[in-house]
Unconditional design. Structure first.
Length: 294
DNA sequence: TGCAGTGTTGCTTC
DNA sequence: CGAAGCAACACTGC
């Protein structure tokens, strides 16, 4: 589940590897990954363009192309990129075949390649996505700006403060867990980090957002930054599908305290972690440490 | 073995 | 209009 730290990891790696390269050609293994326009039109539009930047906003990855066009990419749950340098080729079943990149395909998660970009300098950029939820859209700068305007503040934006978060939460009377995961309120937090942030803040996930004390809001704000940064330093969470552009797993999963730890002991009090469903999502918390529901 | 669970977003329904 | 529910999909685990 690529959330902020996972998409940021991909962004950073891609910035080092693909900026300045030209898209020579695009090879589809599943054409429908490109939304809104036919694949052939898409291919014609992007071929020959230079990659001039890579950015992230919320969980979106944006690959900026020359002359104001952008690849707007959402990885949804199982999407990830794989980059291969030198003489890589692809077989018609979507698997990398050249020996140099064999380590990438031995991992089952890497075997669902849907599209490949052949770049200048013998670089091949593939997008893998087991569940076919991920998409690529071709948008110009104006459409991009309009789309991104729907999102809430970025956790690491210097203008985002505990006070700003407090103003957002005061307007919502639903469960804090839902608000944290709502991309139009706060950008980049998904199920894994919402559970971890609330545990670290000693806040029960069902607590109404507008009933939180100033102290709790401050804790949630601080822990959001702290946990996302810690995960970023660990190159994300790979408890299931996430891989970086070299096919490697992130290590934050080893550091998690509650997410997917149902019935295991809480690292602080030793009591069993509980699992409930909030908004249809599995939610993990410690009933002793996160007691109060207001 | 069949079927519930998994998770993000956006569309539909209330 | 806000909020809840579900579909999109494919694989895993019980």
């Amino acid at each position: 589940m690529p959330e902020l730290p996972e998409v940021e990891t991909i962004k950073n790696d891609l910035q080092d590897k693909i900026i300045g390269k030209k898209i020579i050609s695009v090879f589809p293994l599943w054409k429908e990954i490109v939304k809104d326009i036919p694949f052939d039109i898409f291919a014609k539009q992007v071929e020959g363009r230079e990659i001039v930047g890579v950015e992230r906003r919320a969980k979106n990855l944006i690959i900026k192309l020359s002359d104001g066009l952008n690849l707007l990419i959402h990885l949804k749950m199982t999407g990830h990129f794989l980059l291969a340098e030198d003489s890589a080729r692809v077989s018609d079943n979507g698997r990398w075949v050249e020996a140099k990149n064999k380590n990438l395909t031995e991992d089952k998660q890497n075997q669902f390649i849907r599209i490949i970009f052949y770049l200048s300098g013998n670089v091949m950029l593939a997008m893998s996505d087991l569940r076919k939820f991920a998409y690529i859209k071709l948008v110009d700068d104006k459409e991009m700006a309009e789309f991104l305007a729907n999102y809430g503040p970025e956790p690491f934006d210097e203008n985002f403060t505990a006070e700003k978060l407090g103003e957002i939460l005061a307007k919502k009377k639903t469960a804090i867990k839902k608000v944290l995961m709502d991309q139009s309120q706060v950008a980049g937090v998904g199920n894994i980090y919402a559970d971890e942030i609330l545990w670290a803040s000693h806040v029960h996930p069902l607590t109404a957002a507008n009933k939180l004390t100033d102290k709790e809001v401050e804790d949630i704000f601080e822990n959001t930054r702290k946990i996302l940064l810690q995960s970023l330093k660990n190159r994300g969470t790979s408890t299931s599908d996430f891989r970086d552009i070299e096919g490697r797993k992130g290590t934050f999963g080893d550091l998690r305290n509650v997410y997917r730890r149902t019935d295991l002991p809480c690292p602080v009090c030793g009591g069993p972690i509980a699992r409930i469903s909030i908004g249809g999502r599995g939610t993990h918390f410690c009933p002793r440490c996160q007691k109060e529901v207001k």
